[in-house]
Design a protein around this ligand. Sequence first.
Ligand code: C5P
Length: 220
Amino acid sequence: MEKNTHMILAMDVTDREEALKIAEDVQEFVDAIKVGYPLILATGLDIIRDLAEFAPVIADFKVADIPNTNRLICEQVFEAGADAVIVQGFTGRDSLDACIEIASEYGKDVFVVSEMSHPGGAEFMQPIAEAIAKMALEARAFGLVAPATRPERVKEIRKIIRDRLTIISPGVGAQGGKASDVIAAGADWVIVGRSIYKAESPKEAAREIAEEIQAELGGK
Ligand code: C5P
């Protein structure tokens, strides 16, 4: 995944035409499009290939099963045209290894959730986030998902993985995180959903956040 705009769109709309229109409108401002259960359950897996016309697609299935099932899920995701998959880390090293094994067969990437961005993410996941980050590092994942709502946590995770893994960070805008703060804390990409796709003009909303990120990076 190329790092140009440092922004990923979380495409959580449930209408195919709307998704394609938004993707077309914002493609110049995003490095990837993240799709998950809302859009895929509503429209089918083919939406991955349709959106991949505009930007690489990250399939956010937060895969969390036994190794064999993880393997089967990841095969479907990559066959469908995704460039990366998001998986949970709490299911353990063998489950993660199964995803990474399939991803490497396809030449694709795995992101591991270390901690979720909503308030409940601090309840059970935060205490094990560092251990998950270390495991993802050892397992040679491509990156981690760390919360934009808690930039100090992104900083902590960055210290653990140094520059050996990437960080994608959801929670900007609707959940309260600020793109420039999260980039300053060490995220490679921010993930933005509602603040873009629910805006009157998704394109202008994306442009604004992209400019904020560029200003932060330019100031370094
Ligand atoms: O609309 P909003 O910008 O809050 O969207 C954030 C996106 O990132 C959603 O698709 C959500 O499922 C996802 N996500 C998250 N926290 C994580 C992992 C994924 O908010 N740890």
